[in-house]
Design a protein around this ligand. Structure first.
Ligand code: KG4
Ligand code: ZN
Length: 336
């Protein structure tokens, strides 16, 4: 298999959940990043795995073609094909994995597997400014809540994570209880911007070390809704969203502050879908000023799931020649 050592041109595919995405990266510079979001799940109030994998199958050819056309490269220019191996939904991962394997085999070029959570962290290396090593990354998504110590692009250590629900899940399930639909994070964010975060109190979980828990606050919202009734919820929706969101944000900020202090690290980053939350971005900016952190927040397009982050992660792996076998299969519970 000939290795392209002059230019590194990678086609990356992301299909771990409900976004079908493809990107082309050329020597570390993003040429295209196409994302097709599956709207079919809205009517069910959450991602339906079987429907997600079917939608990936329907969309993947169109999305990959669009990424190649926009990048203006030829398929024969490609040095490698990268794909998300996990974590994610098995049926969804299978579509991207199979497609990537077939593409790499057809072109006789290397295949690169990527851990989705590592890719969220490495999204910080797409644009300037880039964090300096070592840095701490608060990775907050629909399935994960982690504090990661990033020593180099390919050397990361999870210092703590959630014992139950992810913070994105707390946003989504909270929104569902409030009748806001799916995905709920952006909807709570919008209502919260118009409300008073101090209007109501929800409990802030006390967890040891750098671990998190979000199931209790979610339950307390349920009891709050049951106690006050639908009419009250409709009337005070903005204040409820602002207060609930504030509790989630305070929980996250406290833990990253603790990690930064104890590890004496002032390079702080956030990543993952929940890092698109305006309240969280603002709270971290305020904290960064107080603690004199250098804070890194990705561009909105690189916060939620996208193949651009898979592409940059693959660029680093290509340099180290970390390639995968054709026999590789998805890992729904792939750990960093
Ligand atoms: O990283 P991501 O796109 O997918 C996973 O890897 O899970 O994260 C999706 C999560 C969902 O829970 C979604 O509600 C949340 O990110 N999210 C937000 C916002 N935008 C997306 N949560 C709060 N505020 C937002 N603006
Ligand atoms: Zn993600």
């Amino acid at each position: 298999m000939p290795l392209n050592t002059q230019n590194i041109v990678i086609l990356a595919i992301e299909s771990s959940c409900d976004e079908t995405s493809a990107a082309v990266i050329y020597n570390g510079k993003m040429l295209s990043n196409i994302v097709a979001s599956q709207i079919i799940h809205e009517q069910y109030g959450g991602v339906v795995p079987e429907l997600a994998s079917r939608a990936h199958q329907q969309d993947i050819v169109r999305v990959v073609n669009a990424a190649i056309v926009e990048s203006k490269i030829q398929k024969t220019d490609l040095s490698a094909i990268a794909f998300t191996r996990g974590p994610g939904l098995l049926g969804s991962l299978l579509v991207g994995t199979s497609f990537a394997k077939a593409f790499a085999l057809g072109l006789d070029i290397p295949l690169i597997e990527i851990n989705h959570m590592e890719a969220h962290v490495l999204a910080h290396f797409i644009d300037e400014p880039k964090p300096n090593f070592p840095f701490l990354c608060l990775t907050v998504s629909g399935g994960h809540t982690q504090i990661v110590l990033v020593k180099s692009p390919l050397d990361m250590e999870v210092l703590g994570e959630t014992a139950d629900d992810a913070v994105g899940e707390a946003f989504d399930k909270g929104a569902k209880m409030l009748g806001l639909g799916y995905p709920g994070g952006p909807k709570i964010d919008q209502h919260a911007a118009l409300g008073n975060p101090g209007a109501f109190e929800f409990p802030i979980p006390e967890m040891p070390g750098y671990s998190f828990s979000f199931s209790g606050v979610k339950t307390s919202l349920l009891y709050f809704i049951q106690k006050h009734g639908q009419e009250f919820v409709t009337e005070r929706l903005n204040d409820i969203c602002a207060s609930y969101q504030q509790t989630l944000i305070t929980t996250l900020v406290r833990k990253i502050r603790k990690a930064a202090k104890e590890l004496k690290i002032k390079e702080i980053a956030i990543a993952g879908g929940v890092s698109a939350n305006k309240g969280l971005r603002k709270a971290l900016q305020i904290e960064a000023e107080k603690q004199r952190w250098s804070l890194y927040i990705p561009d909105f397009q690189y916060c939620t799931d996208n193949a651009g982050m898979i592409a940059i992660a693959a660029h680093f792996k290509y340099i180290e020649k970390e390639f995968s076998h054709q026999q590789v299969s998805p890992m729904p519970r792939f750990q960093i």
